[in-house]
Design a protein around this ligand. Structure first.
Ligand code: C5P
Length: 217
């Protein structure tokens, strides 16, 4: 019997992991969950109702009410929501509530693609393929700034770079599930790659992981 193809993709903000995850899901015909959206949706629910971001019980309540089906990056993409999400994401009880839902998504059927910060280390430690996507902070800030320009968001480059560095620090420095590559993750540095080259490299890493899992086929 073929084992489900679970693909875990982790990496810092604006590393290109989201685009790669979407394209891998399409290529391998698998459902995709951008787990960053789950933290963003909790943060947005708190912001919209004027609640503080650091009250664990309120945040857990919002996390329990989350519906994975309706998550939409366009509505959650604003960088203030990303910043708020990384504050909500330091609380262990919030993480446990969201991780339970993310695991259910991953267990469903033939496999799935999940991207985030702790997929290979915590959410799906048994994933068949684990990729850790990185790029230099300046390059990530440049990509994020370009995206924002296209959407008409006016912000200066230095502010975007500072935001990326602050988020890296918070995500890598937190006690619960810090951002780091799983021991068995394949590192992919996209600083010098366009998205097509990164996509080809990612497919080849996933195919190698599949052959290693099913050496006979
Ligand atoms: O990936 P994205 O920028 O949408 O994630 C927003 C924030 O949510 C991250 O900065 C991180 O703090 C948090 N997050 C997390 N674990 C995940 C996904 C996102 O802690 N698996």
């Amino acid at each position: 019997m073929t084992a489900p193809l679970v693909i875990a993709i982790d990496g810092p903000a604006a590393s290109g992991k989201g685009t790669l995850a979407r394209r891998l899901a399409e290529h391998f015909d698998l459902p995709h969950l951008d787990t960053g959206l789950t933290y963003r949706a909790v943060a947005k629910a708190l912001l919209d109702s004027g609640q503080p971001l650091d009250r664990e019980a309120l945040a857990v309540d919002a996390a329990r009410r989350l519906d994975l089906v309706g998550l939409d990056r366009d509505q959650l993409s604003h960088h203030e929501i990303g910043e708020a999400a990384s504050k909500v994401a330091v609380m262990s009880a919030v993480r446990r509530t969201l991780v339970d839902q993310q695991r259910l998504f991953a267990k469903n059927g033939r496999g799935a693609v999940l991207d985030g910060r702790d997929i290979g280390t915590v959410v799906c430690p048994d994933a068949m393929a684990k990729l850790f996507i990185t790029a230099a902070p300046n390059e990530r800030a440049r990509r994020r700034w370009n995206e924002m320009q296209l959407k008409g968001e006016v912000i200066d480059f230095e502010a975007v770079l500072a935001d990326i560095k602050r988020r890296d620090k918070r995500d890598m420095g937190r006690a619960d599930s810090p951002l780091k590559p799983a021991r068995d993750a394949h590192l992919l540095d996209t600083s010098q790659m366009d998205i097509e080259a990164a996509f080809r490299a990612a497919i080849s890493l996933v195919e190698k992981a599949q052959s290693a899992a099913h050496p006979e086929s």
